[in-house]
Design a binder for this molecule. Structure first.
Ligand SMILES: [Zn+2]
Length: 225
Protein backbone atom coordinates (compact mmCIF):
# COMPACT_ATOMS: atom_id res chain seq x y z
CA UNK A 1 0.00 0.00 0.00
CA UNK A 2 1.14 3.49 -0.70
CA UNK A 3 0.02 4.82 2.64
CA UNK A 4 2.28 7.15 4.50
CA UNK A 5 1.76 7.93 8.10
CA UNK A 6 2.87 11.15 9.58
CA UNK A 7 4.54 14.26 8.34
CA UNK A 8 7.79 12.81 9.63
CA UNK A 9 7.09 9.09 9.30
CA UNK A 10 6.18 8.41 12.93
CA UNK A 11 3.86 5.42 13.46
CA UNK A 12 0.16 6.18 13.53
CA UNK A 13 -2.06 5.08 16.37
CA UNK A 14 -5.77 5.82 16.63
CA UNK A 15 -8.95 4.71 18.36
CA UNK A 16 -12.72 4.93 18.18
CA UNK A 17 -14.97 4.18 15.28
CA UNK A 18 -16.96 7.10 13.99
CA UNK A 19 -16.39 8.91 10.74
CA UNK A 20 -17.84 12.23 9.86
CA UNK A 21 -16.41 14.36 7.08
CA UNK A 22 -15.50 17.99 7.31
CA UNK A 23 -17.29 19.98 4.64
CA UNK A 24 -16.40 23.39 3.28
CA UNK A 25 -17.91 25.21 0.32
CA UNK A 26 -16.24 27.32 -2.31
CA UNK A 27 -15.34 30.78 -1.08
CA UNK A 28 -15.93 29.75 2.52
CA UNK A 29 -13.56 30.10 5.48
CA UNK A 30 -13.92 27.99 8.61
CA UNK A 31 -12.02 27.88 11.88
CA UNK A 32 -10.65 24.49 12.82
CA UNK A 33 -8.31 22.89 15.35
CA UNK A 34 -6.31 19.82 14.40
CA UNK A 35 -6.71 16.97 16.88
CA UNK A 36 -4.34 14.80 14.86
CA UNK A 37 -0.74 15.72 15.44
CA UNK A 38 1.56 16.13 12.45
CA UNK A 39 3.20 12.81 13.26
CA UNK A 40 -0.13 10.98 12.87
CA UNK A 41 -1.54 12.43 9.67
CA UNK A 42 -2.29 9.82 7.04
CA UNK A 43 -1.46 10.37 3.41
CA UNK A 44 -2.63 8.05 0.65
CA UNK A 45 -3.02 8.10 -3.13
CA UNK A 46 -6.44 7.03 -4.34
CA UNK A 47 -8.28 6.51 -7.60
CA UNK A 48 -11.88 7.38 -8.22
CA UNK A 49 -13.42 4.49 -10.15
CA UNK A 50 -16.73 4.31 -11.95
CA UNK A 51 -16.89 1.01 -13.83
CA UNK A 52 -20.06 -0.99 -14.32
CA UNK A 53 -21.98 -1.00 -11.09
CA UNK A 54 -19.00 0.05 -9.01
CA UNK A 55 -18.54 3.66 -8.05
CA UNK A 56 -16.11 4.75 -5.38
CA UNK A 57 -12.60 5.50 -4.22
CA UNK A 58 -9.93 2.81 -4.26
CA UNK A 59 -6.46 3.16 -2.86
CA UNK A 60 -3.66 2.99 -5.43
CA UNK A 61 -2.18 -0.53 -5.43
CA UNK A 62 1.37 0.58 -6.15
CA UNK A 63 3.80 -0.05 -3.33
CA UNK A 64 6.79 2.27 -3.67
CA UNK A 65 8.37 0.90 -0.49
CA UNK A 66 8.65 -2.52 -2.13
CA UNK A 67 9.37 -1.00 -5.52
CA UNK A 68 6.14 -2.48 -6.89
CA UNK A 69 4.39 -0.39 -9.50
CA UNK A 70 1.79 -2.82 -10.76
CA UNK A 71 -1.41 -0.93 -9.97
CA UNK A 72 -4.00 -1.97 -12.58
CA UNK A 73 -5.91 1.24 -11.93
CA UNK A 74 -2.87 3.36 -12.81
CA UNK A 75 -2.48 1.32 -16.00
CA UNK A 76 -6.10 1.96 -16.98
CA UNK A 77 -6.46 5.49 -15.68
CA UNK A 78 -7.76 8.16 -18.04
CA UNK A 79 -6.27 11.60 -18.10
CA UNK A 80 -9.47 13.49 -18.96
CA UNK A 81 -11.83 14.85 -16.38
CA UNK A 82 -14.69 12.44 -15.85
CA UNK A 83 -12.76 9.35 -16.99
CA UNK A 84 -14.07 6.04 -15.60
CA UNK A 85 -10.81 5.67 -13.68
CA UNK A 86 -8.99 8.73 -12.45
CA UNK A 87 -5.25 8.97 -12.10
CA UNK A 88 -4.18 8.47 -8.47
CA UNK A 89 -4.44 11.67 -6.48
CA UNK A 90 -2.71 12.19 -3.16
CA UNK A 91 -4.95 12.90 -0.22
CA UNK A 92 -4.18 13.42 3.45
CA UNK A 93 -6.45 12.74 6.42
CA UNK A 94 -6.62 14.28 9.87
CA UNK A 95 -9.15 14.65 12.66
CA UNK A 96 -10.17 18.24 13.33
CA UNK A 97 -12.68 20.15 15.40
CA UNK A 98 -15.01 22.38 13.44
CA UNK A 99 -15.15 25.40 15.75
CA UNK A 100 -18.62 26.29 14.46
CA UNK A 101 -20.18 23.07 15.76
CA UNK A 102 -17.54 21.91 18.22
CA UNK A 103 -17.72 18.47 16.65
CA UNK A 104 -14.80 16.29 15.58
CA UNK A 105 -14.63 15.59 11.84
CA UNK A 106 -12.31 13.93 9.38
CA UNK A 107 -10.64 16.39 7.08
CA UNK A 108 -9.62 15.19 3.65
CA UNK A 109 -6.88 17.44 2.37
CA UNK A 110 -5.11 17.72 -0.93
CA UNK A 111 -1.37 17.42 -1.53
CA UNK A 112 -1.33 21.21 -1.12
CA UNK A 113 -2.80 20.95 2.38
CA UNK A 114 -0.29 18.23 3.24
CA UNK A 115 2.56 20.44 2.06
CA UNK A 116 1.32 23.44 4.05
CA UNK A 117 1.02 21.28 7.17
CA UNK A 118 4.47 19.82 6.59
CA UNK A 119 5.98 23.28 6.57
CA UNK A 120 4.14 24.28 9.76
CA UNK A 121 5.11 21.03 11.49
CA UNK A 122 8.75 21.43 10.54
CA UNK A 123 8.85 24.89 12.07
CA UNK A 124 6.53 24.51 15.08
CA UNK A 125 6.89 20.78 15.88
CA UNK A 126 3.10 20.73 16.30
CA UNK A 127 -0.04 21.40 14.28
CA UNK A 128 -2.46 20.96 17.21
CA UNK A 129 -1.38 23.90 19.37
CA UNK A 130 -3.24 26.63 17.50
CA UNK A 131 -6.53 27.18 15.60
CA UNK A 132 -6.42 27.60 11.83
CA UNK A 133 -8.59 29.40 9.38
CA UNK A 134 -9.23 26.99 6.54
CA UNK A 135 -10.41 28.48 3.25
CA UNK A 136 -11.57 27.00 0.00
CA UNK A 137 -10.92 29.41 -2.84
CA UNK A 138 -13.75 30.62 -5.01
CA UNK A 139 -13.90 28.94 -8.38
CA UNK A 140 -11.93 25.94 -7.15
CA UNK A 141 -14.65 23.31 -7.37
CA UNK A 142 -12.78 21.59 -10.20
CA UNK A 143 -9.21 22.15 -9.04
CA UNK A 144 -9.38 22.18 -5.29
CA UNK A 145 -7.40 24.98 -3.70
CA UNK A 146 -7.26 25.28 0.09
CA UNK A 147 -5.45 27.80 2.23
CA UNK A 148 -4.45 27.34 5.87
CA UNK A 149 -3.62 30.19 8.22
CA UNK A 150 -2.49 29.78 11.82
CA UNK A 151 -4.42 31.99 14.24
CA UNK A 152 -1.61 32.77 16.64
CA UNK A 153 -3.80 34.37 19.34
CA UNK A 154 -5.51 30.99 19.88
CA UNK A 155 -2.26 29.24 20.83
CA UNK A 156 -2.63 26.68 23.64
CA UNK A 157 -2.20 22.92 23.98
CA UNK A 158 -5.15 20.57 23.37
CA UNK A 159 -7.46 20.10 26.34
CA UNK A 160 -8.17 16.66 27.79
CA UNK A 161 -11.69 16.83 26.26
CA UNK A 162 -10.32 17.63 22.82
CA UNK A 163 -7.88 14.75 23.03
CA UNK A 164 -10.73 12.41 23.94
CA UNK A 165 -12.85 13.67 21.06
CA UNK A 166 -9.98 13.07 18.66
CA UNK A 167 -9.51 9.54 19.95
CA UNK A 168 -13.09 8.69 18.97
CA UNK A 169 -12.28 9.06 15.28
CA UNK A 170 -10.25 6.33 13.68
CA UNK A 171 -8.23 7.26 10.61
CA UNK A 172 -7.51 3.59 9.93
CA UNK A 173 -11.17 3.30 8.92
CA UNK A 174 -10.48 5.65 6.02
CA UNK A 175 -7.74 3.33 4.79
CA UNK A 176 -9.76 0.16 5.15
CA UNK A 177 -12.76 1.71 3.42
CA UNK A 178 -10.64 2.69 0.40
CA UNK A 179 -8.52 -0.51 0.32
CA UNK A 180 -8.98 -3.26 -2.27
CA UNK A 181 -6.82 -6.23 -3.21
CA UNK A 182 -5.52 -6.88 -6.74
CA UNK A 183 -8.11 -9.65 -7.11
CA UNK A 184 -10.95 -7.37 -6.04
CA UNK A 185 -9.82 -4.63 -8.40
CA UNK A 186 -9.57 -7.14 -11.26
CA UNK A 187 -13.18 -8.11 -10.67
CA UNK A 188 -14.25 -4.48 -10.64
CA UNK A 189 -12.40 -3.74 -13.89
CA UNK A 190 -14.05 -6.75 -15.54
CA UNK A 191 -17.39 -5.31 -14.52
CA UNK A 192 -18.04 -8.34 -12.31
CA UNK A 193 -18.18 -6.49 -9.03
CA UNK A 194 -21.45 -6.33 -7.22
CA UNK A 195 -23.06 -2.95 -7.02
CA UNK A 196 -21.10 -0.77 -4.65
CA UNK A 197 -20.93 2.91 -4.03
CA UNK A 198 -18.03 3.55 -1.74
CA UNK A 199 -17.83 7.26 -1.43
CA UNK A 200 -17.30 9.64 1.41
CA UNK A 201 -21.02 9.45 2.08
CA UNK A 202 -21.19 5.83 3.11
CA UNK A 203 -17.93 4.56 4.49
CA UNK A 204 -18.77 1.61 6.68
CA UNK A 205 -17.15 1.32 10.05
CA UNK A 206 -17.99 -0.67 13.12
CA UNK A 207 -20.06 0.75 15.91
CA UNK A 208 -23.07 2.99 16.19
CA UNK A 209 -22.77 5.52 13.45
CA UNK A 210 -26.35 6.61 12.96
CA UNK A 211 -25.73 10.02 14.44
CA UNK A 212 -22.67 10.56 12.28
CA UNK A 213 -24.17 9.19 9.09
CA UNK A 214 -27.06 11.60 9.21
CA UNK A 215 -24.75 14.51 8.87
CA UNK A 216 -21.98 13.07 6.73
CA UNK A 217 -21.09 15.68 4.20
CA UNK A 218 -21.49 15.52 0.48
CA UNK A 219 -18.19 14.83 -1.16
CA UNK A 220 -16.34 17.68 -2.79
CA UNK A 221 -13.81 15.40 -4.36
CA UNK A 222 -12.61 16.29 -7.83
CA UNK A 223 -13.97 13.11 -9.38
CA UNK A 224 -17.18 12.67 -7.47
CA UNK A 225 -20.33 14.31 -8.61
ZN1 LIG B 1 -2.76 3.29 -8.94
Amino acid sequence: MGVQRGLDGVTFSGGGNSLEWFKINEGETKTIRFLTEGSEIISLPKHFVKVGKFKGNIMCLNNPEENKFDCPLCRNAGKEFGSPISTATERCYAVIIDRETGEPKILEGTKGVYNQLSEIYKTNKSITNVDYSFSKKKGSSKWIDYKLNALITTARPLTKEEKELGAKMNLEDVISAFSKTHAEVKKILEGKAEEKHITKKNIEVEGDLNASLESIAESDDLFED
